[in-house]
Design a binder for this molecule. Structure first.
Ligand SMILES: C[S@@+](CC[C@H](N)C(=O)[O-])C[C@H]1O[C@@H](n2cnc3c(N)ncnc32)[C@H](O)[C@@H]1O
Length: 413
């Protein structure tokens, strides 16, 4: 590069830095004449109309009526969340997954070294198994966020790890896309008589596990080896899997007759029941962009509310759904909901750098300035406790029929 080019390059970079600083200052101080979203829409060649959020979430039509079964009652779902007068939660969850466990080598350690490979982009670590382009990092920051969400869900469900009625003596449980393995370890602890296997494309599980738990590095979109399974559990996976109908065929084949599949899912669109979230809300806008970005990777952040026909098509029956509202931030009156809201807000803030990388930059082609300004507006908006945003969490569970359908007559001669 010649000195003229270098100077020009430096000049461009200085202009970019100045513009970025100005945009971020505007975002953080609220100064400027244009609304943040309008300003961004001018900058970014991205349509936001495709994923416009609905203000009235859908309700399940089959199984038990949609609503909370939590002992916390309506505060955890169904009806609206009552806003608080501004008190902060005091409790913190404690979680020690190694407490009382023997150390042993998990099944995944027998895999070849290639499955443990990682790749690095945007200052983050990603798994490299089969060159998958799963766009979320698997580094410590993301794993801590996943563990925090586990604590949040235990608060939300009042300690229930799943809702499917599999009885007290399950023999075999699968956790598909197990992440840090924290759910599988908890389930293994609670059902010492069951074999619990966590499967993930990322080798991010611990070796300190209860003796009845193991982990396998594999792609769940390929054939499953397991059979006679009592429960196939998926959490935060419906939005992630590119070919959910195919994965459900594998789940169906792996389950014993009468076995259950369960999904515990966040639907990635913020709602508001009391008009405090404006149409141009920066958090809502960020999730609309995320919807578009993840679609470029074959993923659907709104899949969680659309699982019923997919489960039906895979042959499942007794399809049931529980929908729980989760506040984003500490605006709820109920103390537990404030704690849950604090977790949820942290989960949103901490996922921002992850979606700024592959999803926004690779998926949508947004510049560093566009992503940073979008995130800065959203972060600032999240601090406003007067805006009562919430997410819907969907807990779907469905059963493989006890009796298999009779073979079709064309196969008998
Ligand atoms: C959002 S995390 C959920 C983690 C875990 N279920 C939990 O709730 O803590 C999604 C996980 O799915 C894994 N994953 C994505 N695609 C997968 C696939 N095709 N097969 C197996 N795991 C997959 C990712 O590596 C990641 O650990």
């Amino acid at each position: 590069m010649g000195s003229d080019e270098r100077e020009r390059d430096d000049g461009d970079r200085n202009e970019d830095t100045t513009a970025l600083t100005t945009a971020l200052t505007t975002a953080l101080t609220g100064t400027g004449t244009t609304s943040p979203v309008a300003a961004l829409q001018k900058q970014a060649p991205i349509s936001t109309s495709a994923a416009a959020a609905s203000s009235s979430p859908p309700r399940s039509k089959t199984g038990s009526p949609t609503g909370s079964t939590s002992p916390h009652g309506d505060a955890h779902g169904g009806a609206g969340i009552e806003p608080a007068s501004g008190l902060e939660p005091e409790d913190e969850d404690e979680f020690d997954i190694t407490e009382g466990y023997d150390t042993r080598t998990s099944a995944s350690t027998s895999a070849t070294s290639s499955v443990f490979a990682h790749t690095y982009e945007y200052g983050r670590r990603y798994h490299a198994y089969k060159n998958s382009r799963y766009p979320i990092p698997n580094d410590d920051a993301e794993l801590s966020r996943e563990d925090m969400k586990h604590s949040m869900l235990l608060e939300l469900t009042d300690g229930e790890l799943f809702y499917a009625p599999i009885g007290d003596n399950p023999q075999s449980i699968l956790d598909i896309g197990t992440g840090t393995g924290i759910w599988a370890i908890d389930v293994g602890d609670r059902f010492p008589g069951a074999r619990v296997r966590g499967i993930d494309i990322s080798p991010t599980q611990p070796v300190w596990v209860p003796p009845n738990v193991d982990f396998l590095v594999d792609d769940c979109q390929r054939d499953w080896l397991s059979r006679d399974v009592d429960l196939a559990h998926f959490r935060f996976m419906a939005s992630v899997l590119k070919d959910l109908p195919n994965v459900l065929v594998h789940a169906y084949n792996a389950l014993r007759p009468g076995g259950w599949v369960e999904f515990q899912e966040l639907c990635g669109e913020p709602y508001c029941d009391d008009g405090t979230m404006p149409d141009n809300d920066p958090v809502k806008y960020m999730y609309e962009l995320a919807d578009q970005a993840f679609r470029r990777f074959g993923m659907d952040v709104l899949a969680p509310k659309k699982l019923e026909p997919v489960l039906q098509a895979a042959g499942f029956e007794n399809i049931q759904c529980i929908v729980k509202k989760v506040p984003i931030g500490v605006w709820a009156r109920d103390k537990t909901m404030r704690l849950i809201g604090m977790y949820q807000k942290m989960a949103v803030v901490e996922v921002m750098p992850a979606i700024a990388g592959r999803p926004f930059t690779d998926g949508l082609g947004m510049s560093q300035m566009e992503t940073q300004v979008t995130m800065a507006h959203a972060r600032k908006a999240l601090d406003d406790g007067n805006v009562h945003r919430y997410f819907n969490y969907y807990f779907w569970f469905a059963q493989k029929p006890m009796r298999q359908p009779p073979p079709s007559s064309s196969t008998t001669s």
